[in-house]
Design a protein around this ligand. Structure first.
Ligand code: SF4
Length: 265
């Protein structure tokens, strides 16, 4: 006789909280953030290096925006995470749920079960924030996503080189008609040729896809890679880069991390 067992999916989390989105296309909107642990990249400018490994515990905001965190053990069972998200979901408050990290796509088996349930429970759109380098995992959750903010990692700034993965990833989003934008962190060291390559890649998929050039926030940069400080670009550099990219694509916007200006999480 075969005994059927059902195992409750679990996820390793860093935190769940409510905040104003500070980057990209959704800047200024209110989101429920679900921050997943683990990342397989090591960007020099990373401001979330505390997510690289799975912590023993995660923190959960009880009241949206009040930072009244409770500490809970990891990993977190799916029904508990649903409860926490619903606790945040006050009427009319949030515009969407943000899956962030770390790299949320390292949790794809969990997300394939969690996303359809959280969508039907809250009625909120789901936004994925990702390094844009795991197209195979993206395919598995694309049907449950409303928008995607993907990075293009320039080697001259991040130390990562993921052009093929980025191209495949962008094409998948575009073909699935999921709203997608690209975020490129730029620093004083940004290589002009890499930006031009990025613009050409986007133009070949669809020249109206928005690209956000995000000047690096130097503050947290040297903590992990003190031997390689990442400095903010000059205004002249940014003006020059935007002009270059606009020769290929229509929407090139320069937006720094606004949540840091608000002293927000
Ligand atoms: S992908 Fe994001 S979380 Fe991972 S190292 Fe890069 S900046 Fe940090």
């Amino acid at each position: 006789m075969t005994v059927k067992t059902t195992v409750t999916p679990t996820a390793r989390l860093v935190e769940v909280f409510s905040a104003i989105q500070g980057e990209g296309l959704n800047v200024g909107t209110r989101q429920i953030f679900v921050r997943f642990a683990l990342c397989d990249l090591r960007c020099h400018f990373c401001d979330s290096s505390h997510t690289w490994n799975a912590p023993e515990t995660c923190r959960i905001e009880r009241s949206p925006g009040l930072r009244d965190f409770e500490i809970h053990p990891n990993p977190v069972p799916l029904p508990i995470l649903l409860e926490w998200v619903q606790l945040q979901n006050l009427p009319c408050l949030h515009d969407s749920i943000s899956l962030t990290g770390g790299e949320p796509l390292l949790h794809t088996p969990f997300l394939t079960e969690f996303l359809p349930q959280v969508r039907s429970l809250t009625g909120l759109p789901v936004y994925l924030e990702t390094g844009g380098h795991r197209p195979d995992q993206l395919t598995q959750i694309l049907p449950y996503l409303d928008s995607v903010g993907m990075d293009f990692k320039l080697h001259s700034v991040s130390g990562e080189n993921r052009w093929q993965e980025h191209e495949k990833f962008l094409k998948l989003c575009h073909l699935a008609r999921v709203e997608v934008f690209i975020k490129i962190i730029v620093s004083k060291n940004t290589d002009l040729a890499e930006l031009e390559r990025a613009a050409q890649l986007v133009a070949a998929v669809n020249p109206i896809i928005a690209v956000y050039l995000q000047p690096v926030t130097p503050l947290a940069v040297s903590e992990q890679f003190s031997e390689m400080p990442v400095l903010a670009p000059t205004p002249e550099q940014v003006l020059n880069w935007q002009a270059l990219m606009k020769q290929y694509i229509k929407n090139v916007r320069v937006v720094p991390q606004t949540h840091k200006m608000l002293n927000q999480l």
